[in-house]
Ligand binder design. Structure first.
Ligand code: AMP
Ligand code: MN
Length: 271
C-alpha cells in the first residue's frame, strides 16, 4: 500500500493473522513509511513484527532486491539512502510510457499513476495494473512478459542503489540484509557466485530460500546456497495483492531442514 501492494498495512496484518502467521514483516520497495502502522497493526493482531524493506540494487546490470529485516526504522542514513534510491522513478516511468506509446499504448504514465498510492514509488506493477484493467493483457504476468521486461517496449533499466551501500544501510541500522528471491535473476553461475560472495563480504547475512517467486526445486537449490555461503534462510510470500499474487500470506511451505532461520538470529529485534 505504501509502495506497490494494494492492501493497507492493517488489512495485510488482519489477513496474515487469519492465515496463521505468527511473525510478520511488511517489506515495501525502497520505503519504510508504512512501518509504524504495520507494527501497530501486528501488535493489535497479536503477531510478532520485524521492521522490513526491500531495497532495489543494481548488480552486474540487473536489478537485485535486498531485503532488510529488524533495523531501526528511525536510522537517518537508512532513511536518506532509501530516499535517494526512490529518486528517478518518475523520469523512468515517463520513459516507459514513451516506449509503450510507440507500440500503440497511449497515456500509460497517466494510467499507471491512477494506481499509485505514493507517486515517488511508481513501479512496473502499476503499469501492469493499467494494462490489465484496460484489456491490453489478461493478467499481470502477461504484461511483464510482453511489455515490461528486458528487450520489451515498456522496459527501461534504472540504476538503483549499489550492493555495498544497501547492505551497509541495513546493517548499520542494526538489521539483517537478505538476498531476495535469487532464482528470479538471470545471472550465470559465475555471476551468481559473485553476487553472494560480495554480499557476504559487505556483511550480508541471509538468503530468501522459500518464497512465492520460487519453485519447490529452487527451494532446494537456495537451501544449498545458504549452506555454501553460511547464510541464514528466509521465507517470504512476496504477496502484493489478492488478485495478483500466486502465493497467499502465510501459505508457503516451511524452510527445508538444516538451515538457520533469519528470525532465530533476529530474536531480540522482534517487536
Ligand atoms: P520496478 O521496481 O518498477 O522494476 O518493479 C518491480 C515490481 O515488479 C515488483 O513488485 C515485482 O514483484 C514486479 N515484477 C517483476 N517482474 C515480474 C514478473 N515477471 N511478473 C510479475 N511481477 C513482476
Ligand atoms: Mn522483490
Amino acid at each position: 500500500m505504501v509502495s506497490d501492494g494494494t492492501l493497507t498495512p492493517e488489512a495485510l496484518a488482519e489477513r496474515a493473522k487469519a492465515n496463521g502467521v505468527e511473525l510478520w514483516s511488511l517489506t515495501d520497495h525502497d520505503e519504510i513509511g508504512g512501518q509504524q502502522r504495520a507494527m501497530a497493526a501486528a501488535r493489535a493482531q497479536g503477531m510478532g513484527y520485524l521492521t522490513g524493506a526491500e531495497i532495489s540494487v543494481t548488480f552486474l546490470n540487473q536489478t537485485v532486491h535486498i531485503v532488510g529485516l529488524g533495523f531501526d526504522a528511525d536510522n537517518e542514513d537508512l532513511r536518506q539512502g532509501l530516499q535517494r534510491t526512490r529518486g528517478g522513478r518518475k523520469e523512468r516511468a515517463m520513459e516507459m510510457s514513451d516506449g509503450l506509446a510507440k507500440v500503440g499504448i497511449k497515456n500509460a504514465y497517466e494510467g499507471a499513476l491512477t494506481y499509485v498510492g505514493n507517486p515517488e514509488l511508481i513501479s512496473r506493477t502499476h503499469f501492469a495494473r493499467f494494462l490489465v484493467e484496460t484489456g491490453v493483457c489478461k493478467e499481470t504476468s502477461e504484461v511483464f512478459r510482453k511489455y515490461l521486461t528486458e528487450g520489451k517496449p515498456g522496459y527501461v533499466p534504472h540504476r538503483w542503489a549499489n550492493l555495498k551501500d544497501a547492505v551497509r544501510w541495513i546493517t548499520d541500522a542494526g538489521g539483517m540484509a537478505v538476498v531476495a528471491h535469487p532464482a528470479r535473476y538471470k545471472f550465470t553461475p559465475n555471476e551468481e557466485f559473485a553476487l553472494f560472495t560480495e554480499f557476504k563480504g559487505h556483511g550480508g547475512q541471509g538468503v530468501e530460500v522459500v518464497t512465492g517467486s520460487h519453485t519447490a526445486a529452487e527451494f532446494v537449490t537456495y537451501a544449498g546456497t545458504a549452506k555454501e555461503f553460511g547464510l541464514a534462510a528466509s521465507r517470504g510470500s512476496d504477496f502484493h495483492s489478492p488478485d495478483e499474487s500466486h502465493t497467499e500470506l502465510g501459505s508457503l511451505p516451511y524452510l527445508p531442514g538444516g538451515l538457520t532461520p533469519v528470525w532465530e538470529l533476529l530474536r531480540d529485534r522482534i517487536q
